[in-house]
Design a protein around this ligand. Structure first.
Ligand SMILES: [Mn+2]
Length: 445
């Protein structure tokens, strides 16, 4: 991959003498950190460029892009190749998503999937590009660590990630995956929504009991941060959580590496920074997320406010879900939140509860929230295994008029508000029938 990056730098240098560059990046944490690394590297290289952050790539958007620019896509476009082939300009893609189409002549792709190299996120690819360009760019390694955590790549570290962690002087520590690990432990536990721990998340009483059972004391009125715990304290805390998880969830999911980074000259948890970038984008402020990554103080204070608002939204939504009446069948739960949960976070809420031990493996979670005259529907499967929820939704939605997007384990759609009752009753029918089918199949075996 490094050879390909070197060649790309040479070509880009020549091409950009006559043409400005337009960079287009994805709005999630990996995309935003990619954009930050790339734009800083281009600025130091003294290249003329502009940048745009997008939620996704639609054909009409690609059509609208100028052909008198070199186009560079970060963290997307690996599966938009037929549209890119129509553009009369040079295109570069730095991405890690699967390539399923033929690569057109005007497109160069730097993608570890293409060469079967170590799977790394886009921010890491952009960092390798930046570092190859100049060793001065080594200071951007921290952003690549944030991108890595944002894309949940932190469990399988290969040699590229090892190099990035070393360059960024990140401290890696084994422990409980609650973040931020750099703030007072009681607060981190109480506000932990990912992972969501029943009886602890949102419950001050539960938190104090857990800490008491773990033998962790207040010092001068406040608790230590998670990263400050001694090995013994960390292991006692993990045991106390394991005791509470018996028969409910796998505590191994809660144990892993903590990544402590230097950010704005302070020790921070990479997961926390990643989550705040994600929150800004989801609340429609990707420019503050980018500014935060570029070291802008004003963006940082705005991002902090947005992140707090986002977390408050999540916590009150989770509280609402736990208290509200749900429509439950043998293998499914339907939560109709109406106006009580924002449509922009209903998918996140469905994901969080699908990972919570409240629902047994294979339970289908379907959550609805109003979005003006429409309803946003999000479907998830608890425990990441079970039936194809995209198919379930499609069976109900296609006859009613609508399109379902997503994957077999996480899907969503928009329906019109007038069809609320009809949608729910049809959905129940499909879910109940599916259950009979599954049972019948098992008996046949
Ligand atoms: Mn990515």
């Amino acid at each position: 991959m490094l050879e390909e990056i070197k060649k790309t730098i040479e070509d880009l240098d020549i091409l950009s003498k006559n043409k400005p560059i337009k960079v287009i990046s994805h709005f999630d944490t990996d995309g935003i950190t990619s954009a930050a690394i790339f734009s800083k590297a281009l600025r130091r290289w003294q290249k003329n460029f502009s940048l745009k952050i997008v939620k996704g790539l639609e054909e009409s958007f690609i059509e609208s892009l100028p052909e008198n620019h070199i186009l560079i896509f970060l963290d997307l476009a690996s599966n938009s190749l037929p549209y890119l082939a129509k553009k009369n300009t040079e295109i570069f893609i730095f991405d890690h998503h699967e390539i399923t189409q033929e690569i057109p002549k005007n497109v160069r792709i730097i993608n570890p999937m293409k060469i079967g190299s170590e799977q790394i996120c886009s921010a890491a690819i952009c960092y390798l590009f930046a570092k190859t360009l100049s060793m001065q760019n080594k200071d951007l390694a921290t952003l690549a660590v944030i991108g890595m955590v944002g894309d949940n790549h932190e469990r399988n570290l290969g040699k590229f990630y090892d190099e990035i962690i070393k360059d960024s002087e990140t401290t890696v520590k084994r422990g409980l995956l609650i973040y931020p690990s750099t703030r007072s432990l009681d607060r981190s536990l109480e506000y932990s929504s990912s992972p969501y721990i029943p009886g602890i998340t949102g419950s001050q009483k539960g938190v104090f009991e857990l800490l008491r059972d773990s033998g962790i004391q207040r010092i001068n009125g406040s608790y230590k941060a998670l990263y400050e715990l001694t090995e013994e304290e960390m292991s006692k805390l993990m045991t106390a959580i394991t005791m509470r998880s018996i028969g409910k969830f796998d505590p191994h999911d809660l144990i892993g590496n903590l990544y402590l980074i230097k950010f704005f000259n302070k020790l921070e948890d990479a997961r926390e920074i990643s989550a705040s970038i994600n929150a800004c984008s989801r609340m429609d402020y990707p420019h503050f997320a980018l500014g935060l990554c570029l070291g802008d103080k004003n963006s940082k204070s705005n991002a902090e406010k947005i992140y707090i608002e986002y977390k408050q939204n999540l916590i009150s939504a989770l509280k609402y879900v736990s208290e509200t009446e749900k429509i439950s069948g043998k293998n499914y739960t339907i939560i109709n939140a109406k106006n009580n949960i924002k449509d922009t976070i209903i998918g996140t809420i469905a994901s969080i509860i699908s990972h919570s031990p409240t629902y047994k493996k294979g339970t289908i979670i379907i959550a609805l929230a109003y979005n003006e005259d429409k309803i946003k529907v999000s479907a998830r499967i608890a425990g990441r295994e079970g039936r194809n929820v995209r198919d379930v939704l499609s069976q109900v939605v296609l006859p009613l008029g609508g399109e379902v997007g997503g994957h077999p384990t996480a899907a969503g759609c928009l329906i019109s508000k007038e069809k609320e009752e009809l949608f729910i009753s049809e959905l129940k029918k499909v879910l109940d029938i599916e259950l009979i089918k599954v049972t019948a199949n098992k008996e046949n075996l």
